[in-house]
Design a protein around this ligand. Structure first.
Ligand code: F6R
Length: 253
C-alpha cells in the first residue's frame, strides 16, 4: 500500500503521470481534488505535462474535498482561489464541471447534502487525491469523524487552524469551520492516492502503519479501501519500520 519516493518532485512526476493517463483513457473522468502545500508541486507538474501534451481537460469533472465556511471563492485564502491559482486558471477546463463546496451557502446543511448527491449523480469519483493533516485528518474530517459520514460542516480543531494559519496574514482570521466531503464520500472513490511529504508528517504516517482502521485516526479508513495507495517521500516515511522503507531502496536497486 506504500509507495516511497526520494522527494516531493518525484512524487509530483508520478502522480501527474497517473492523472494524465486517467484523462487520456477517459476524457470525461471524475476526479476528487485536494488543496494544501502537498498538492502544489503535483499540480505544477501536471499543468506542465498537460500543456506539453495538449491534453484535453475540457471534459473532465472535479469535486474538491473542502472549503472554509464564510469565505467566498474569490477570497485569497479560500480553496476556490487556491484551485484557480494552481490548476483551474492554468488550463482550458470547463468551469461548469469544476465543483467546490460553497462556503457562503445560505443553507449549509442542504448544500452539503446536494454536494454529496451531485458526486453520485456524476457517476462517483474515479480517482481521489488526498493529503493528510498532522492529526491524521483527511479532507477536513477531524479525528473521531464517523466513517459513514457524508459531506458536512465541521468545526476545525485548534491544531488544524494553527497548521493552516501559515496561509493567512492574521492567524486569528483562520475560519473556525469548514465544509468537507464525508468519510464515506471519500471511501466511495474507485481509487485513492494519499500523499504525505516532509518530516512533519512522519509521526502520523508511522501511527497509521501501527493502527488498524479506527475513527480516532481518519487516515486509517484507507486500510479498508481496496485501491488506496499511500505515497510518501523519504522524510515522511522516515519513522516507518526498515523493511517498508527498504522497499524503495530495493525497487531503485
Ligand atoms: C485540503 C485538505 C486537507 C489537507 C491536509 C494537508 O483540501 O483536505 O486535508 O490535505 O490538511 O495539508 P498540507 O498539504 O498543507 O500539509
Amino acid at each position: 500500500m506504500f509507495l516511497i519516493f526520494p522527494d516531493p518532485a518525484s512524487i509530483a512526476d508520478y502522480v501527474s503521470a497517473v492523472l494524465v493517463d486517467k484523462i487520456n483513457n477517459k476524457p470525461d473522468v471524475v476526479l476528487g481534488l485536494a488543496t494544501g502545500g502537498t498538492m502544489e508541486p503535483v499540480y505544477a507538474r501536471f499543468v506542465e505535462q498537460a500543456r506539453r501534451q495538449q491534453l484535453d481537460v475540457s471534459r473532465l469533472t472535479s469535486f474538491n474535498l473542502d472549503e472554509y465556511v464564510g469565505l467566498s471563492a474569490h477570497h485569497p485564502q479560500s480553496y476556490g482561489a487556491y484551485m484557480q491559482q494552481h490548476l483551474f486558471g492554468q488550463l482550458p477546463f470547463d468551469a461548469s464541471r469544476l465543483h467546490l463546496p460553497d462556503g457562503l451557502a445560505a443553507d449549509l446543511d442542504a448544500h452539503c447534502q446536494r454536494y454529496a448527491e451531485n458526486i453520485r449523480q456524476c457517476g462517483g469519483i474515479a480517482l481521489q487525491l488526498l493529503g493528510v493533516g498532522g492529526n491524521g485528518h483527511i479532507g477536513f474530517n477531524e479525528p473521531g469523524t464517523p466513517f459513514n459520514s457524508r459531506c458536512h460542516v465541521v468545526q476545525l480543531s485548534e491544531g488544524t487552524r494553527q497548521d493552516n494559519s501559515r496561509f493567512f496574514d492574521e492567524p486569528a482570521t483562520v475560519p473556525a469551520s469548514a465544509i468537507t466531503m464525508g468519510m464515506q464520500d471519500i471511501m466511495e472513490a474507485s481509487e485513492i492516492l494519499l500523499i504525505a511529504t516532509g518530516e512533519k508528517k512522519a509521526p502520523i504516517v508511522a501511527e497509521f502503519h501501527r493502527q488498524s482502521a479506527t475513527e480516532a485516526l481518519p487516515m486509517s479508513m484507507l486500510k479498508q479501501h481496496p485501491r488506496a495507495r499511500i505515497i510518501l517521500d523519504d522524510a515522511a516515511a522516515s519513522l516507518l519500520p526498515d523493511e517498508i522503507r527498504h522497499q524503495r531502496l530495493a525497487a531503485n536497486g
